[in-house]
Design a protein around this ligand. Structure first.
Ligand SMILES: Cc1cc2nc3c(=O)[nH]c(=O)nc-3n(C[C@H](O)[C@H](O)[C@H](O)COP(=O)(O)OP(=O)(O)OC[C@H]3O[C@@H](n4cnc5c(N)ncnc54)[C@H](O)[C@@H]3O)c2cc1C
Length: 277
């Protein structure tokens, strides 16, 4: 399929990009790596008169690793997440999860900002960011605001981001030493989206647990996290099974998905606990 016609914009800074979004309203859409948006355009499930390419905006690039916080520019690619050694040592969970996204061709171009802004329940990064308690920075005509990843997702493809806002950066608290982290993903074949995936952090009397593609939005569960912090693995799995709401589709019926969810979560917990000290 061939996308409908559009006018292409390539602004050099965030303010100009926001100006174009303001000028054209819901006729305009930003494009980052294009690996989710272009397939939708080709299928004519997304049509817009103005496409605003973020590739030339340097302010949206770069990874900063501080002692307390890691900051990712929205245009950081999944490949950069994997190859940045400082990031892998501060938050190893990010490399582990990014390696399970699609294939190298997608990861060279697909961005972390596009992955979390898209609102696709199948994307791996939203659940990961909820597990890590990340914060998203949004810039729009009224200035800049921050939204916790745990409050960002409202329904499939609906988020707290307004149409004229751009997600500019992601801040992640660096987990304290001694915290074990793990990402487990069940997929039908290499390069596939998750049937179920689990992100887990545990250690120092704390825990955080989130799951992917088992509801309209990523699922971070406070009661599952609290149970795991108390060392109650069965309670954690039971609480998460209460929180998810999978639907039957070409990845399987509901009971199968719940079974896979429990297996992924237990595996991730085992591995995270084995890495905690
Ligand atoms: C074959 C294939 C397999 C894949 N498998 C997986 C997988 O297993 N796991 C996974 O997580 N993903 C997977 N993906 C998706 C891939 O990771 C995408 O790259 C990613 O979801 C979107 O990032 P992008 O930079 O390509 O965004 P784009 O496609 O450019 O944009 C996606 C959406 O986000 C919006 N957007 C992008 N950036 C911003 C921003 N900074 N501010 C506001 N809105 C923004 C766009 O307007 C658009 O609506 C797969 C893709 C393909 C083609």
């Amino acid at each position: 399929m061939i996308p409908a016609g559009f006018e292409y914009h390539r602004p050099g800074d965030i303010a100009s990009a926001i100006g174009i979004l303001q000028e054209h309203g819901d006729e305009a859409r930003v494009i980052a790596g294009g690996h989710s948006l272009i397939p939708m355009m080709k299928l004519r499930m997304a049509e817009m008169g103005h496409l605003v390419d973020l590739q030339a905006i340097d302010e949206l690039k770069g990874i900063e690793v501080g002692s307390d916080t890691v900051t990712l520019g929205a245009m950081v690619t999944q490949h950069e997440l994997i190859t940045h050694d400082g990031l892998a040592s501060a938050v190893p969970l990010i490399r582990e999860a990014a390696l399970q996204i699609a294939d190298p061709q997608v990861r060279y171009v697909g961005t972390v900002g596009g992955n979390v802004a898209n609102g696709d329940p199948g994307n791996d990064m939203p659940g990961l960011m909820q597990c890590l308690n990340a914060t998203f920075e949004l810039s729009g005509p009224d200035g800049t605001r921050s939204v916790a990843a745990r409050d960002f997702y409202e329904a499939a493809y609906f988020t707290a981001r307004e149409d004229e806002e751009i997600l500019t950066r992601i801040s992640i608290p660096v987990p304290s030493s001694g915290v074990g982290q793990a990402y487990e993903k069940q997929k039908r074949k290499i390069g596939d989206y998750a049937t179920a995936a689990a992100a887990v952090m545990v250690g120092n009397g704390q825990a955080s647990v989130a799951m992917t593609n088992l509801a309209d939005t990523p699922v971070w569960s406070e009661s599952a996290s609290n149970a795991l912090a108390d060392g109650d693995v069965s309670g954690c799995v039971a609480a998460m099974l209460e929180a998810i709401d999978p639907v039957a589709d070409n990845r399987g019926p509901v009971e199968f998905k719940k079974h896979v969810a429990a297996v992924m979560l237990r595996r991730a917990i085992d591995r995270a606990q084995s890495r905690a000290s």
